[in-house]
Design a protein around this ligand. Structure first.
Ligand code: FEO
Length: 170
């Protein structure tokens, strides 16, 4: 039986993932308002991934016999001064989520909850990718600057991203 302290921490993480989804939707909304459908697409896919993460925690808590408890999702920021600062915010947020996952691992170790430690390894690996992909876009945007042609090219590139949920979680 999973311990209450672990269930509470995992429930908190559902909220973190739901907020992440909301945050990226807010970013998608600003991109849509700027008529940058490719950037908006990237953010929409990111928002879908976050929902997937939240549901992964939801499913795990239920599977272990815990009680999923949902809490209010905070209102995300509405606007960012530039696309570069927006992607810097994505990177900073993903670093925050990585820290949350690390704290969950710490708790699972403290509670000697080996099953949860095992489940969390998927997220540890996922966060490496999340940080890396956000940072790669920040670096690229710093390289190309605000030139219209470069933004058009990036918009086209980011418009190709699709949501691919893992077929079956390990
Ligand atoms: Fe669910 Fe982007 O971390």
């Amino acid at each position: 039986m999973i311990k209450n302290s672990m269930v509470k921490a995992l429930n908190d993480q559902i909220n973190e993932e739901m907020f992440s989804s909301y945050l990226y939707l807010a970013m998608a909304a600003q991109c849509e308002a700027m008529s940058l459908s490719g950037f908006a697409n990237w953010m929409r896919v990111q928002a879908q991934e976050e929902l997937f993460h939240a549901m992964k925690f939801f499913g795990y808590i239920a599977e272990r016999g815990g009680r999923v408890e949902l809490s209010a999702i905070a209102q995300p920021q509405k606007e960012w001064p530039s696309l570069t600062t927006m992607f810097e915010a994505v990177y900073t947020h993903e670093c925050h989520i990585s820290e949350c996952i690390n704290q969950l691992v710490d708790l699972a170790i403290q509670e000697r909850d080996y099953a949860t430690q095992n489940m969390l390894q998927w997220f540890v690996q996922e966060q490496v990718e999340e940080e890396s992909s956000a940072d790669a876009i920040v670096q690229k945007m710093k390289l190309v600057g605000d030139a219209q042609g470069a933004m058009f090219m990036m918009d086209r590139e980011l418009g190709t991203r699709v949501f691919n949920p893992p077929a079956k979680e390990e």
